[in-house]
Design a protein around this ligand. Structure first.
Ligand code: 5GP
Ligand code: MN
Length: 315
């Protein structure tokens, strides 16, 4: 819990921070935000991740210092693990032998850390980093503010997903007061992709289908599409939300081929439809309106199973 995190920071000096493989805005923004907070308190801190960070997040202060590693090789008093369901999610070897602090806003997180601070009411881990800063009596510097703001923007879909609360907006307001320029962050996150994103979008959207009621939509991204588009990691980010723009669409399945017969599945919904429940049936998890899982097998068969489960959830 939070008080244990505060106590640990006060009593120790050398920290590393990591997040999940293929990091998203909340993972990177929260990790860097925490890194700046620790440094502002006179601590040594660095961010270590397995994968490269998407170009949209490179404007964040400290992004250029992030170290890409696959094995823990430093000497740390503790390692913060941001937004990870389990100890293997960062994809970094040797974490299991370290003192770890699990910070997450997914209720489904395994309590794998030496300390576990899970707050499922937070819209993003970024919100928790802000709360930590306040709890420890730190000052929200411009660096912390930019990182936390990016985390909030990406995890709330620019403050329009259902996880956006009064508290989220209040925090965002304070971050802007400290010097964040919302338009600059939005430009970097949403309007700085390579053209390959548009090429990929053209192909993926050509596959979209919907059920007889038009309430459930599904689409796919094959390996060949990524090749044709010359796509890079992150080019497909947010594609799953596109069909939700239609009024009658209440849930979407997005399947991406990661290897022959292996797929990453993203699920999205509106309102009360709980896609986390559907994802759990297939060994995944997530939030009510945004969840995911991995599946293996024949594409049409798996798609049919997931779409059917979603249609039942909508009914
Ligand atoms: P996305 O579709 O953006 O990859 O994931 C949406 C949400 O679902 C995220 O908040 C993520 O935590 C959750 N999620 C996605 N894939 C998995 C998975 O394989 N297992 C679990 N437990 N959660 C997942
Ligand atoms: Mn998050």
């Amino acid at each position: 819990m939070l008080s244990q995190v505060v106590e640990l920071i006060e009593n120790k000096q050398n920290f590393a921070i990591t997040t999940h493989v293929r990091p998203d805005g909340d993972g990177i923004g929260s990790s860097l935000g925490l890194c700046w907070l620790l440094r502002s308190l006179g601590k040594n801190a660095e961010v270590i991740v397995r994968d490269g960070i998407p170009i949209s997040y490179t404007l964040l202060p400290g992004a250029e210092e992030i170290r890409q590693i696959s094995q823990v090789n430093g000497k740390y008093d503790a390692i913060f693990v941001i937004e990870c369901s389990d100890i293997n999610r960062p994809g970094i070897k040797g974490l299991e032998n370290q003192i770890t602090v699990n910070i997450d806003h997914h209720a489904t997180s395994e309590h794998f850390g030496t300390i576990n601070w899970i707050d499922a009411t937070a819209s993003a881990v970024g919100e928790m980093i802000y709360n930590l800063c306040k709890a420890i009596g730190g000052r929200i510097t411009k660096e912390i503010a930019e990182c936390v703001y990016l985390a909030l923007v990406t995890d709330t879909g620019s403050f329009h997903f259902s996880n956006t609360t009064e508290r989220t907006l209040k925090i965002a307001s304070e971050l802007v007061k400290v010097g964040v320029k919302p338009a600059r962050i939005s430009e970097a996150v949403y309007n700085s992709y390579p053209w390959s994103r548009i090429e990929l979008m053209r192909q993926v959207l050509a596959t979209v289908k919907r059920d007889a009621d038009g309430k459930v939509a599904w689409m796919r991204q094959t390996h060949a599409m990524s090749e044709n588009a010359n796509a890079v990691d992150g080019d497909n980010s947010g594609f799953v939300n596109i069909p939700l723009a239609a009024k009658e669409v209440e849930a979407v399945v997005y399947m991406r081929e990661t290897a022959p017969n292996n797929y990453r599945v993203s699920l999205r919904s509106k309102g009360d439809i709980n896609v986390a429940r559907v994802a759990e049936k297939f060994g995944g998890g997530g939030h009510k309106n945004a969840a995911g899982c991995r599946v293996e097998g024949d594409w049409d068969e798996k798609e049919c199973e997931i779409v059917s489960a979603l249609i039942r959830a909508v009914e």
